[in-house]
Write a protein of this length. Structure first.
Length: 400
């Protein structure tokens, strides 16, 4: 007679914030390893939204809030982009009144409400032993809060900006850089045909890694990043000189969405903010492109130079993961299980100095990961430095 091993417990996974390629491979890796180690696995849907909207009644239909994961389910999605668990930018500790679930509106009536105790009760209702949030610093900062409240959390870093502190690599970054380079190489033919300046806006609210690495790889002549407020005249002078020296008569600049003019501030689409206090960025690329065109006669013998202006946006966020964003999520998922099997929690799995490791989870909230200007960015030339590569990790710029 076949015997059935008793379950070791329940592991819950969620993905929060913006989607990136590599999330589904991470979910797959966690699930397959956990099932084979005789854990049950639950996928919490729509980030933190799914767990706060649950109704603690076994007769209630919570299918929109969580699902039991099997190898068959995760294998179907494991090679694809996005997250089949879906995502949101929900922040349970600062939930606006109009976002409070209907069944809790008599209890939580403030303009902003802290539903952390509901989250904890819902995790207990699902018999969750370990929680694995996959996200950026916003999603993981709430994971830190839950850990401090007693929840056993093991976190996985994800963000195409590569800006989660404590780790040299976040899921999604390699695919973002790869796509950025590919798209630039596609558009540069038109820039050359018409002898224009090519202005490309990329993601990067506070950190300029997504602009720095493609520029360092030769995809652009210059880049402007959030960590350094740039002078538009200097940028125009450099780009027009780059164009003059190029036999194809064009030049290229990458603009981080959080880049700022000297004496200026970030450019927002509107004043509406998400639950983490972030207004939606967008438009700095358009402004810079128009300013470059306006200034260009000053550095081009009185003749105006036109531009091609493109916001890359979701073109670098969507689609299938590249090789690195297929391999790293697999490793991160197994690292998380290694910790759980040892009974260890309150950790962030990381890549550090080229090696897989883990860090205390509160590194997410105790520091910021930004481009080290002095070490990596030439503020006069508005581009990366090209020296001191010996013993640097794969993507050069680390979480110093």
């Amino acid at each position: 007679m076949a015997t059935t091993k008793k379950s070791k417990g329940v592991i819950a996974i969620l993905t929060g914030g913006g989607d990136v390629p590599g999330l589904n491979p991470a979910i797959r890796a966690i699930t397959i390893r956990a099932l084979r180690e005789n854990y049950e696995v639950i996928g919490l849907r729509r980030g933190w939204a799914g767990i706060i909207e649950m109704i603690r009644d076994k007769k209630a239909d919570n299918s929109n809030n969580y699902q039991n994961l099997t190898e068959e389910i995760v294998n179907k999605s494991g090679r694809t982009g996005g997250t089949f668990l879906h995502s949101s930018r929900t922040r349970p500790s600062h939930l606006p009144k109009d976002a409070v679930p209907d069944h809790l509106r008599d209890i939580y009536t403030e303009e902003y409400n802290d539903l952390t105790q509901e989250v904890i009760k819902n995790l207990e209702f699902l018999n969750v032993d370990y929680l694995i949030p996959i996200g950026g610093d916003d999603t993981l900062s709430y994971g830190v809060r839950l850990y401090k409240e007693g929840v056993k959390v093991v976190a996985i870093p994800k963000t195409m900006d590569n800006d989660v502190p404590g780790t040299d690599y976040c899921i999604g970054f390699s695919t973002c850089v790869t796509r950025t380079i590919n798209i630039i190489n596609t558009i540069r033919t038109s820039a050359g045909s018409h002898e224009r300046m090519l202005v490309l806006e990329v993601f990067g609210r506070y950190a300029g890694f997504t602009a720095m690495l493609p520029t360092m790889a030769g995809a652009a002549n210059r880049c402007v990043i959030p960590e350094y407020k740039f002078n538009i005249d200097r940028l125009a002078e450099l780009l027009i000189d780059d164009r003059a020296k190029n036999p194809s008569k064009y030049s290229t600049v990458l603009i981080s969405e959080g880049a700022m003019f000297e004496g200026g501030d970030m450019v927002f689409q509107n004043q509406e903010k998400d639950m983490f206090g972030h207004s939606k960025l967008g438009g700095i690329g358009d402004i810079i492109a128009d300013k470059l065109k306006e200034i260009s006669p000053k550095y081009n013998n009185g003749k105006r130079i036109n531009h091609i202006n493109q916001k890359l946006g979701y073109m670098v966020r969507g689609g299938d993961p590249d090789a690195i964003d297929s391999i790293v999520p697999m490793a991160y998922g197994n690292l998380a299980l290694d910790l759980i099997l040892k009974g260890i929690h309150g950790r962030l799995v990381v890549l550090k100095n080229g090696r897989y490791d883990n860090m205390p989870i509160d590194v997410v909230t105790s520091s910021k990961k930004l481009v080290n200007i002095e070490k990596y960015y030439n503020v006069d030339r508005l581009r990366p430095y090209y020296h001191s590569f010996e013993m640097s990790p794969l993507f050069i710029m680390t979480s110093d």
